[in-house]
Ligand binder design. Structure first.
Ligand code: BG6
Length: 506
Protein backbone atom coordinates (compact mmCIF):
# COMPACT_ATOMS: atom_id res chain seq x y z
CA UNK A 1 0.00 0.00 0.00
CA UNK A 2 1.34 3.47 -0.73
CA UNK A 3 1.97 5.78 2.15
CA UNK A 4 -0.71 8.50 1.97
CA UNK A 5 1.75 11.01 3.44
CA UNK A 6 4.23 10.51 0.64
CA UNK A 7 3.53 11.40 -2.94
CA UNK A 8 5.34 9.33 -5.62
CA UNK A 9 7.67 12.27 -6.34
CA UNK A 10 8.70 12.57 -2.67
CA UNK A 11 12.43 11.89 -2.50
CA UNK A 12 12.86 12.21 1.25
CA UNK A 13 12.80 8.46 1.90
CA UNK A 14 16.37 7.13 1.77
CA UNK A 15 17.03 5.16 -1.38
CA UNK A 16 19.07 1.97 -1.24
CA UNK A 17 21.05 0.97 -4.34
CA UNK A 18 20.51 -2.29 -6.18
CA UNK A 19 22.80 -5.20 -5.26
CA UNK A 20 26.28 -4.58 -6.63
CA UNK A 21 30.04 -4.84 -6.26
CA UNK A 22 32.26 -1.82 -5.69
CA UNK A 23 35.70 -2.51 -7.13
CA UNK A 24 38.40 -0.15 -5.87
CA UNK A 25 41.60 0.01 -7.93
CA UNK A 26 44.37 1.34 -5.71
CA UNK A 27 42.62 -0.01 -2.63
CA UNK A 28 45.69 0.36 -0.41
CA UNK A 29 46.30 4.01 -1.28
CA UNK A 30 45.70 7.15 0.76
CA UNK A 31 42.36 8.08 -0.77
CA UNK A 32 40.92 4.59 -0.29
CA UNK A 33 42.01 4.40 3.34
CA UNK A 34 41.14 7.96 4.33
CA UNK A 35 37.94 8.53 2.39
CA UNK A 36 36.49 5.61 0.42
CA UNK A 37 36.54 2.81 2.97
CA UNK A 38 35.25 5.05 5.80
CA UNK A 39 32.48 6.22 3.44
CA UNK A 40 31.51 2.61 2.66
CA UNK A 41 31.39 1.89 6.39
CA UNK A 42 29.23 4.99 7.06
CA UNK A 43 26.80 3.93 4.36
CA UNK A 44 26.62 0.43 5.85
CA UNK A 45 26.06 1.91 9.30
CA UNK A 46 23.21 4.05 7.98
CA UNK A 47 21.61 0.99 6.36
CA UNK A 48 22.15 2.41 2.87
CA UNK A 49 24.00 -0.51 1.31
CA UNK A 50 22.02 -3.26 -0.38
CA UNK A 51 21.95 -6.80 1.00
CA UNK A 52 23.96 -8.11 -1.96
CA UNK A 53 26.97 -5.80 -1.66
CA UNK A 54 30.68 -6.56 -2.07
CA UNK A 55 33.68 -4.27 -1.62
CA UNK A 56 36.45 -5.67 -3.77
CA UNK A 57 39.93 -4.19 -3.35
CA UNK A 58 42.46 -4.51 -6.16
CA UNK A 59 46.07 -3.44 -5.64
CA UNK A 60 49.67 -4.44 -6.12
CA UNK A 61 50.14 -6.08 -2.73
CA UNK A 62 50.82 -9.62 -1.83
CA UNK A 63 47.86 -9.72 0.49
CA UNK A 64 45.29 -12.31 1.34
CA UNK A 65 41.67 -11.45 2.07
CA UNK A 66 42.31 -11.18 5.85
CA UNK A 67 45.03 -8.55 5.44
CA UNK A 68 42.81 -6.24 3.46
CA UNK A 69 39.94 -6.76 5.85
CA UNK A 70 42.23 -5.67 8.69
CA UNK A 71 43.41 -2.57 6.81
CA UNK A 72 39.82 -1.69 5.95
CA UNK A 73 38.73 -2.13 9.55
CA UNK A 74 41.46 0.23 10.81
CA UNK A 75 40.56 2.72 8.08
CA UNK A 76 36.90 2.64 9.08
CA UNK A 77 37.72 2.99 12.79
CA UNK A 78 39.95 5.97 12.12
CA UNK A 79 38.06 7.75 9.38
CA UNK A 80 34.35 6.98 9.69
CA UNK A 81 31.99 9.83 10.49
CA UNK A 82 29.49 7.66 12.32
CA UNK A 83 30.13 5.56 15.41
CA UNK A 84 32.12 2.36 14.89
CA UNK A 85 29.89 -0.61 15.69
CA UNK A 86 31.17 -4.16 15.82
CA UNK A 87 27.85 -5.50 14.51
CA UNK A 88 27.98 -3.28 11.41
CA UNK A 89 31.56 -4.30 10.79
CA UNK A 90 30.80 -8.02 11.11
CA UNK A 91 28.12 -7.73 8.44
CA UNK A 92 30.36 -5.68 6.17
CA UNK A 93 33.49 -7.75 6.65
CA UNK A 94 31.79 -10.78 5.06
CA UNK A 95 31.49 -8.65 1.93
CA UNK A 96 35.10 -7.50 1.73
CA UNK A 97 37.35 -9.20 -0.83
CA UNK A 98 40.83 -8.55 -2.13
CA UNK A 99 42.58 -9.40 -5.38
CA UNK A 100 46.32 -8.79 -5.78
CA UNK A 101 47.60 -7.65 -9.14
CA UNK A 102 49.44 -5.01 -11.08
CA UNK A 103 47.70 -3.03 -13.80
CA UNK A 104 49.61 -4.64 -16.66
CA UNK A 105 48.93 -8.15 -15.39
CA UNK A 106 46.45 -9.75 -17.81
CA UNK A 107 45.99 -12.81 -15.61
CA UNK A 108 44.99 -10.66 -12.62
CA UNK A 109 42.33 -8.90 -14.69
CA UNK A 110 41.07 -12.21 -16.05
CA UNK A 111 40.71 -13.34 -12.43
CA UNK A 112 38.89 -10.12 -11.59
CA UNK A 113 36.43 -10.64 -14.43
CA UNK A 114 35.81 -14.23 -13.32
CA UNK A 115 35.44 -13.10 -9.70
CA UNK A 116 32.76 -10.58 -10.66
CA UNK A 117 30.80 -13.37 -12.31
CA UNK A 118 31.23 -15.59 -9.22
CA UNK A 119 30.10 -12.81 -6.87
CA UNK A 120 26.77 -12.81 -8.58
CA UNK A 121 26.33 -16.47 -7.60
CA UNK A 122 27.89 -16.26 -4.12
CA UNK A 123 26.73 -12.82 -2.96
CA UNK A 124 23.82 -12.00 -5.22
CA UNK A 125 25.37 -8.87 -6.75
CA UNK A 126 23.21 -9.37 -9.85
CA UNK A 127 26.17 -8.61 -12.09
CA UNK A 128 26.14 -4.90 -11.21
CA UNK A 129 29.52 -3.28 -10.59
CA UNK A 130 31.07 0.15 -10.09
CA UNK A 131 34.82 0.51 -10.72
CA UNK A 132 36.59 3.23 -8.75
CA UNK A 133 39.88 4.41 -10.27
CA UNK A 134 41.65 5.54 -7.11
CA UNK A 135 44.98 5.43 -8.91
CA UNK A 136 47.53 7.86 -10.39
CA UNK A 137 46.17 9.44 -13.59
CA UNK A 138 49.04 7.90 -15.58
CA UNK A 139 47.57 4.46 -14.83
CA UNK A 140 44.04 5.29 -16.11
CA UNK A 141 44.67 4.19 -19.73
CA UNK A 142 46.11 0.79 -18.89
CA UNK A 143 43.35 -0.04 -16.40
CA UNK A 144 40.62 1.12 -18.77
CA UNK A 145 42.09 -0.99 -21.56
CA UNK A 146 42.20 -4.02 -19.27
CA UNK A 147 38.54 -3.52 -18.47
CA UNK A 148 37.77 -3.27 -22.16
CA UNK A 149 39.82 -6.37 -23.01
CA UNK A 150 38.12 -8.52 -20.39
CA UNK A 151 34.65 -7.24 -21.24
CA UNK A 152 34.17 -6.01 -17.66
CA UNK A 153 32.87 -2.64 -18.79
CA UNK A 154 30.35 -4.13 -21.17
CA UNK A 155 26.77 -4.12 -20.00
CA UNK A 156 25.21 -4.45 -23.40
CA UNK A 157 24.38 -8.15 -23.14
CA UNK A 158 23.41 -8.60 -19.51
CA UNK A 159 20.70 -6.67 -17.69
CA UNK A 160 23.26 -5.41 -15.18
CA UNK A 161 24.98 -2.01 -14.92
CA UNK A 162 28.68 -1.28 -15.07
CA UNK A 163 29.92 2.18 -14.01
CA UNK A 164 33.30 3.81 -13.68
CA UNK A 165 34.37 6.50 -11.22
CA UNK A 166 37.29 8.65 -12.30
CA UNK A 167 39.17 10.74 -9.75
CA UNK A 168 40.50 14.16 -10.65
CA UNK A 169 42.71 15.52 -12.13
CA UNK A 170 41.01 14.64 -15.42
CA UNK A 171 44.06 15.08 -17.60
CA UNK A 172 46.89 17.60 -17.38
CA UNK A 173 45.58 20.09 -19.93
CA UNK A 174 42.85 20.34 -22.54
CA UNK A 175 44.55 18.00 -25.01
CA UNK A 176 45.23 15.23 -22.49
CA UNK A 177 41.76 15.56 -20.94
CA UNK A 178 40.24 15.10 -24.40
CA UNK A 179 42.35 12.00 -24.90
CA UNK A 180 41.26 10.66 -21.53
CA UNK A 181 37.62 11.47 -22.22
CA UNK A 182 37.82 9.71 -25.59
CA UNK A 183 39.32 6.67 -23.98
CA UNK A 184 36.77 6.52 -21.16
CA UNK A 185 33.93 7.04 -23.62
CA UNK A 186 35.30 4.27 -25.78
CA UNK A 187 35.15 1.81 -22.88
CA UNK A 188 32.02 2.97 -21.03
CA UNK A 189 28.82 4.63 -22.21
CA UNK A 190 28.71 8.34 -21.26
CA UNK A 191 25.95 7.90 -18.69
CA UNK A 192 28.04 5.31 -16.83
CA UNK A 193 31.03 7.62 -16.32
CA UNK A 194 31.18 9.43 -12.97
CA UNK A 195 33.91 12.09 -12.70
CA UNK A 196 34.37 12.87 -9.03
CA UNK A 197 34.87 16.41 -7.82
CA UNK A 198 34.35 15.87 -4.12
CA UNK A 199 33.53 19.55 -3.51
CA UNK A 200 30.15 18.94 -5.13
CA UNK A 201 29.41 16.33 -2.48
CA UNK A 202 29.75 18.87 0.31
CA UNK A 203 26.47 19.80 1.94
CA UNK A 204 27.32 23.51 2.01
CA UNK A 205 28.02 23.50 -1.72
CA UNK A 206 24.63 21.96 -2.46
CA UNK A 207 23.11 24.55 -0.16
CA UNK A 208 24.21 27.21 -2.65
CA UNK A 209 21.42 25.96 -4.89
CA UNK A 210 18.87 26.06 -2.08
CA UNK A 211 20.02 29.52 -1.05
CA UNK A 212 19.71 30.89 -4.56
CA UNK A 213 16.71 29.07 -5.94
CA UNK A 214 14.48 28.33 -2.95
CA UNK A 215 14.44 31.93 -1.72
CA UNK A 216 13.13 35.14 -3.20
CA UNK A 217 15.59 37.35 -1.38
CA UNK A 218 18.83 36.85 -3.22
CA UNK A 219 18.06 36.19 -6.88
CA UNK A 220 16.92 39.75 -7.77
CA UNK A 221 20.26 41.17 -6.64
CA UNK A 222 22.42 38.31 -7.98
CA UNK A 223 23.77 40.20 -10.99
CA UNK A 224 26.10 42.94 -12.15
CA UNK A 225 23.66 45.69 -11.21
CA UNK A 226 24.15 44.88 -7.55
CA UNK A 227 27.22 42.67 -7.25
CA UNK A 228 30.60 44.38 -7.23
CA UNK A 229 32.74 41.24 -7.26
CA UNK A 230 32.87 37.64 -6.06
CA UNK A 231 35.73 36.10 -4.11
CA UNK A 232 36.11 32.33 -3.88
CA UNK A 233 38.76 31.11 -1.47
CA UNK A 234 39.99 27.61 -0.72
CA UNK A 235 42.80 27.92 1.81
CA UNK A 236 44.65 25.12 3.54
CA UNK A 237 47.09 25.27 6.42
CA UNK A 238 48.63 21.90 5.54
CA UNK A 239 51.58 21.50 3.19
CA UNK A 240 51.84 18.76 0.60
CA UNK A 241 52.41 15.95 3.12
CA UNK A 242 53.59 12.79 1.40
CA UNK A 243 52.23 13.73 -2.04
CA UNK A 244 55.37 15.38 -3.44
CA UNK A 245 55.51 13.21 -6.57
CA UNK A 246 51.91 14.03 -7.45
CA UNK A 247 52.12 17.69 -6.48
CA UNK A 248 55.35 18.46 -8.31
CA UNK A 249 53.59 17.42 -11.52
CA UNK A 250 50.33 19.15 -10.68
CA UNK A 251 50.59 22.40 -8.70
CA UNK A 252 47.79 24.41 -7.13
CA UNK A 253 46.07 25.53 -10.35
CA UNK A 254 45.64 22.01 -11.73
CA UNK A 255 44.98 20.46 -8.32
CA UNK A 256 42.26 22.81 -7.09
CA UNK A 257 41.56 25.79 -9.36
CA UNK A 258 40.75 23.78 -12.48
CA UNK A 259 38.15 21.69 -10.68
CA UNK A 260 36.94 22.60 -7.17
CA UNK A 261 37.08 26.39 -7.58
CA UNK A 262 35.66 26.51 -11.09
CA UNK A 263 32.82 24.24 -10.02
CA UNK A 264 32.07 26.58 -7.10
CA UNK A 265 32.13 29.48 -9.53
CA UNK A 266 29.74 27.65 -11.87
CA UNK A 267 27.23 26.99 -9.09
CA UNK A 268 27.47 30.59 -7.88
CA UNK A 269 26.97 32.10 -11.32
CA UNK A 270 24.69 29.68 -13.19
CA UNK A 271 21.11 30.39 -14.21
CA UNK A 272 18.29 28.51 -12.52
CA UNK A 273 18.21 24.95 -13.86
CA UNK A 274 14.82 23.70 -15.05
CA UNK A 275 15.21 20.78 -12.64
CA UNK A 276 17.80 19.25 -10.35
CA UNK A 277 18.34 16.20 -12.54
CA UNK A 278 21.82 15.58 -13.92
CA UNK A 279 21.06 16.88 -17.40
CA UNK A 280 19.54 20.21 -16.34
CA UNK A 281 22.13 20.99 -13.69
CA UNK A 282 25.13 20.10 -15.81
CA UNK A 283 23.74 22.09 -18.75
CA UNK A 284 23.57 25.30 -16.69
CA UNK A 285 27.06 24.80 -15.22
CA UNK A 286 28.49 24.13 -18.64
CA UNK A 287 26.99 27.36 -19.98
CA UNK A 288 28.76 29.38 -17.29
CA UNK A 289 32.07 27.63 -17.83
CA UNK A 290 31.68 28.15 -21.56
CA UNK A 291 31.14 31.87 -21.00
CA UNK A 292 34.24 32.23 -18.83
CA UNK A 293 36.91 34.40 -20.35
CA UNK A 294 40.52 33.42 -19.57
CA UNK A 295 42.45 36.47 -18.33
CA UNK A 296 43.72 38.62 -21.22
CA UNK A 297 46.40 40.39 -19.20
CA UNK A 298 47.94 37.28 -17.64
CA UNK A 299 50.74 39.16 -15.92
CA UNK A 300 48.18 41.23 -14.01
CA UNK A 301 45.40 38.69 -13.51
CA UNK A 302 47.07 35.36 -12.75
CA UNK A 303 49.34 35.16 -9.71
CA UNK A 304 51.22 32.16 -8.43
CA UNK A 305 53.25 31.65 -5.31
CA UNK A 306 55.22 29.01 -3.47
CA UNK A 307 55.50 28.68 0.29
CA UNK A 308 58.73 29.48 1.97
CA UNK A 309 59.58 28.47 5.52
CA UNK A 310 57.58 30.14 8.24
CA UNK A 311 55.46 29.64 11.34
CA UNK A 312 52.05 28.00 11.57
CA UNK A 313 50.14 27.45 14.81
CA UNK A 314 53.32 28.09 16.79
CA UNK A 315 55.37 25.57 14.86
CA UNK A 316 58.19 26.15 12.45
CA UNK A 317 57.41 24.66 9.02
CA UNK A 318 59.82 24.16 6.18
CA UNK A 319 59.79 25.65 2.71
CA UNK A 320 58.10 23.76 -0.16
CA UNK A 321 61.49 23.26 -1.80
CA UNK A 322 62.77 21.57 1.37
CA UNK A 323 59.91 19.02 1.47
CA UNK A 324 60.93 15.44 0.84
CA UNK A 325 60.67 14.56 -2.85
CA UNK A 326 60.54 18.18 -4.04
CA UNK A 327 63.28 19.51 -6.32
CA UNK A 328 65.48 22.15 -4.65
CA UNK A 329 64.77 24.50 -7.57
CA UNK A 330 61.11 23.51 -8.04
CA UNK A 331 58.91 26.09 -9.78
CA UNK A 332 55.67 24.34 -8.87
CA UNK A 333 53.10 26.75 -7.45
CA UNK A 334 51.50 26.02 -4.08
CA UNK A 335 49.30 29.11 -4.40
CA UNK A 336 47.27 30.35 -7.34
CA UNK A 337 44.97 33.34 -7.70
CA UNK A 338 43.16 34.48 -10.83
CA UNK A 339 40.72 37.13 -11.90
CA UNK A 340 38.07 35.87 -14.31
CA UNK A 341 35.08 37.37 -16.02
CA UNK A 342 31.92 35.75 -17.29
CA UNK A 343 30.66 37.02 -20.61
CA UNK A 344 26.93 37.02 -20.01
CA UNK A 345 24.41 39.77 -19.48
CA UNK A 346 24.02 38.81 -15.82
CA UNK A 347 27.72 39.00 -14.99
CA UNK A 348 29.27 41.40 -17.51
CA UNK A 349 32.07 43.36 -15.85
CA UNK A 350 31.92 41.58 -12.49
CA UNK A 351 35.33 40.16 -11.54
CA UNK A 352 35.41 36.70 -10.01
CA UNK A 353 38.57 36.40 -7.91
CA UNK A 354 39.59 32.82 -7.18
CA UNK A 355 42.45 31.80 -4.91
CA UNK A 356 43.80 28.63 -3.37
CA UNK A 357 46.94 27.87 -1.45
CA UNK A 358 48.73 25.57 0.93
CA UNK A 359 50.38 26.65 4.18
CA UNK A 360 48.05 29.61 4.54
CA UNK A 361 47.06 30.68 8.07
CA UNK A 362 44.06 28.38 8.32
CA UNK A 363 41.84 25.89 6.54
CA UNK A 364 38.85 27.71 5.14
CA UNK A 365 36.72 27.55 2.01
CA UNK A 366 34.19 30.28 1.32
CA UNK A 367 32.33 32.10 -1.42
CA UNK A 368 31.92 35.81 -0.76
CA UNK A 369 29.52 37.83 -2.88
CA UNK A 370 30.49 41.46 -2.39
CA UNK A 371 27.75 43.97 -3.21
CA UNK A 372 28.13 47.43 -4.66
CA UNK A 373 28.25 50.35 -2.30
CA UNK A 374 25.12 52.51 -1.99
CA UNK A 375 25.17 55.15 -4.73
CA UNK A 376 24.44 57.86 -2.20
CA UNK A 377 24.89 57.94 1.59
CA UNK A 378 22.79 60.59 3.39
CA UNK A 379 25.21 60.63 6.34
CA UNK A 380 28.22 62.70 7.28
CA UNK A 381 31.38 61.13 5.83
CA UNK A 382 32.79 60.47 9.30
CA UNK A 383 29.64 58.53 10.26
CA UNK A 384 30.25 55.82 7.69
CA UNK A 385 34.03 55.47 7.88
CA UNK A 386 33.68 51.95 9.26
CA UNK A 387 31.02 50.85 6.83
CA UNK A 388 32.27 48.33 4.29
CA UNK A 389 30.50 46.74 1.33
CA UNK A 390 27.54 44.47 2.05
CA UNK A 391 28.59 40.84 1.70
CA UNK A 392 26.96 37.47 1.59
CA UNK A 393 29.45 34.80 2.56
CA UNK A 394 28.76 31.10 2.07
CA UNK A 395 31.06 29.36 4.52
CA UNK A 396 31.74 26.02 2.84
CA UNK A 397 34.06 24.73 5.57
CA UNK A 398 35.02 24.25 8.32
CA UNK A 399 32.55 26.53 10.15
CA UNK A 400 29.64 25.63 7.83
CA UNK A 401 27.01 28.29 7.38
CA UNK A 402 26.16 31.62 5.80
CA UNK A 403 27.03 35.15 6.96
CA UNK A 404 25.38 38.36 5.85
CA UNK A 405 27.39 41.52 6.52
CA UNK A 406 25.70 44.90 6.49
CA UNK A 407 25.91 48.30 8.18
CA UNK A 408 24.13 49.04 11.41
CA UNK A 409 23.83 52.05 13.68
CA UNK A 410 26.20 52.04 16.61
CA UNK A 411 24.12 52.68 19.76
CA UNK A 412 24.50 56.23 20.97
CA UNK A 413 23.45 59.75 20.21
CA UNK A 414 25.28 60.08 16.91
CA UNK A 415 24.44 58.35 13.62
CA UNK A 416 27.54 56.24 13.33
CA UNK A 417 27.23 53.20 11.04
CA UNK A 418 29.44 50.15 11.31
CA UNK A 419 29.51 46.64 9.78
CA UNK A 420 27.77 43.86 11.66
CA UNK A 421 27.22 40.19 10.78
CA UNK A 422 24.17 37.96 10.83
CA UNK A 423 25.02 34.30 10.99
CA UNK A 424 23.42 31.01 10.07
CA UNK A 425 25.31 28.01 11.41
CA UNK A 426 24.52 24.46 10.37
CA UNK A 427 25.48 23.13 13.79
CA UNK A 428 22.88 25.34 15.49
CA UNK A 429 20.05 25.19 12.98
CA UNK A 430 19.98 21.44 12.35
CA UNK A 431 20.41 18.39 14.51
CA UNK A 432 21.34 16.06 11.64
CA UNK A 433 25.06 15.86 10.95
CA UNK A 434 26.05 16.32 7.31
CA UNK A 435 27.22 13.25 5.42
CA UNK A 436 30.82 13.33 4.23
CA UNK A 437 31.26 14.34 0.59
CA UNK A 438 32.53 10.90 -0.43
CA UNK A 439 29.71 9.19 1.43
CA UNK A 440 27.14 11.15 -0.54
CA UNK A 441 28.93 10.76 -3.87
CA UNK A 442 29.60 7.03 -3.53
CA UNK A 443 25.94 6.47 -2.77
CA UNK A 444 25.01 8.51 -5.86
CA UNK A 445 27.30 6.37 -8.02
CA UNK A 446 25.65 3.18 -6.77
CA UNK A 447 22.22 4.73 -7.32
CA UNK A 448 23.21 5.93 -10.80
CA UNK A 449 22.48 9.58 -10.00
CA UNK A 450 25.01 11.72 -11.89
CA UNK A 451 23.74 15.19 -10.99
CA UNK A 452 26.70 16.01 -8.73
CA UNK A 453 29.33 14.77 -11.19
CA UNK A 454 30.81 17.10 -13.81
CA UNK A 455 30.30 16.11 -17.41
CA UNK A 456 33.30 15.94 -19.73
CA UNK A 457 32.34 19.21 -21.49
CA UNK A 458 32.61 20.99 -18.12
CA UNK A 459 36.05 19.50 -17.58
CA UNK A 460 37.16 20.58 -21.04
CA UNK A 461 35.79 24.11 -20.63
CA UNK A 462 37.70 24.37 -17.36
CA UNK A 463 40.96 23.37 -19.04
CA UNK A 464 40.32 25.94 -21.74
CA UNK A 465 40.53 28.58 -19.01
CA UNK A 466 43.51 27.09 -17.17
CA UNK A 467 45.73 26.19 -20.16
CA UNK A 468 46.75 29.76 -21.13
CA UNK A 469 47.55 30.51 -17.50
CA UNK A 470 49.74 27.40 -17.20
CA UNK A 471 51.48 28.21 -20.48
CA UNK A 472 52.17 31.75 -19.34
CA UNK A 473 53.62 30.52 -16.06
CA UNK A 474 55.73 27.89 -17.79
CA UNK A 475 57.37 30.60 -19.90
CA UNK A 476 57.64 33.13 -17.10
CA UNK A 477 60.33 32.88 -14.35
CA UNK A 478 59.68 31.75 -10.81
CA UNK A 479 56.64 31.73 -8.55
CA UNK A 480 56.72 34.46 -5.92
CA UNK A 481 57.64 33.12 -2.48
CA UNK A 482 55.32 33.69 0.45
CA UNK A 483 56.04 32.92 4.05
CA UNK A 484 54.20 29.86 5.40
CA UNK A 485 51.46 31.08 7.73
CA UNK A 486 50.76 34.23 5.69
CA UNK A 487 47.95 34.88 3.21
CA UNK A 488 49.88 34.16 0.02
CA UNK A 489 52.22 36.26 -2.17
CA UNK A 490 52.11 40.06 -2.28
CA UNK A 491 51.26 39.87 -5.99
CA UNK A 492 47.81 38.52 -5.11
CA UNK A 493 47.10 41.59 -2.97
CA UNK A 494 48.40 43.85 -5.71
CA UNK A 495 46.07 42.20 -8.23
CA UNK A 496 43.05 43.39 -6.24
CA UNK A 497 44.57 46.65 -4.99
CA UNK A 498 45.01 47.82 -8.58
CA UNK A 499 41.22 47.72 -8.86
CA UNK A 500 40.60 49.34 -5.49
CA UNK A 501 39.67 46.08 -3.78
CA UNK A 502 41.22 43.76 -1.21
CA UNK A 503 40.89 40.12 -0.25
CA UNK A 504 38.65 39.21 2.62
CA UNK A 505 40.44 37.89 5.66
CA UNK A 506 38.25 34.87 6.40
C1 BG6 B 1 41.98 17.56 -3.12
C2 BG6 B 1 43.35 18.11 -3.44
O1 BG6 B 1 41.20 17.47 -4.27
O2 BG6 B 1 41.34 18.40 -2.17
C3 BG6 B 1 44.18 18.30 -2.19
O3 BG6 B 1 44.01 17.22 -4.32
C4 BG6 B 1 43.42 19.08 -1.14
O4 BG6 B 1 45.42 18.93 -2.48
C5 BG6 B 1 42.03 18.49 -0.94
O5 BG6 B 1 44.15 19.03 0.07
C6 BG6 B 1 41.20 19.34 0.01
O6 BG6 B 1 39.96 18.74 0.25
P1 BG6 B 1 39.07 19.19 1.48
O7 BG6 B 1 37.79 18.45 1.30
O8 BG6 B 1 39.81 18.79 2.73
O9 BG6 B 1 38.92 20.67 1.40
Amino acid sequence: MTNPLRSPGDRRLPRVPEPCALVVFGATGDLARKKLIPAVYDLANRGLLPAGFVLLGFARRDWGHGDFEQVARTAAQKGARTEFRESTWQRLSDSIKFLPGSFDDDAAFDTLAATLADLDATHGTMGNAAFYLSIPPAAFPVVLKQMQRTGMADNSECRAWRRVVVEKPFGHDLASSRELNDLVDDVFTAQDVFRIDHYLGKETVQNLMALRFANTLFEPIWNSHHVDSVQITMAEDVGIGTRAAFYEETGAARDVLQNHLLQLLALTAMEEPVGFDAESLRTEKRKVLGALKPPVDLAAHAVRGQYDQGWLAGERVQAYRAEEGVAADSRTETYAAVRLEIETRRWAGVPFYLRTGKRLPRRVTEIAVVFRKAPHLPFAKTDTEELGANQLVVRVQPDEGVTLRFGSKVPGTVMEVRDVAMDFQYGEAFTEASPEAYERLLLDVLLGDASLFPRNEEVEQSWRVIDPIEQFWAEEGEPELYRAGEWGPKGADTMLAREGRCWRRP
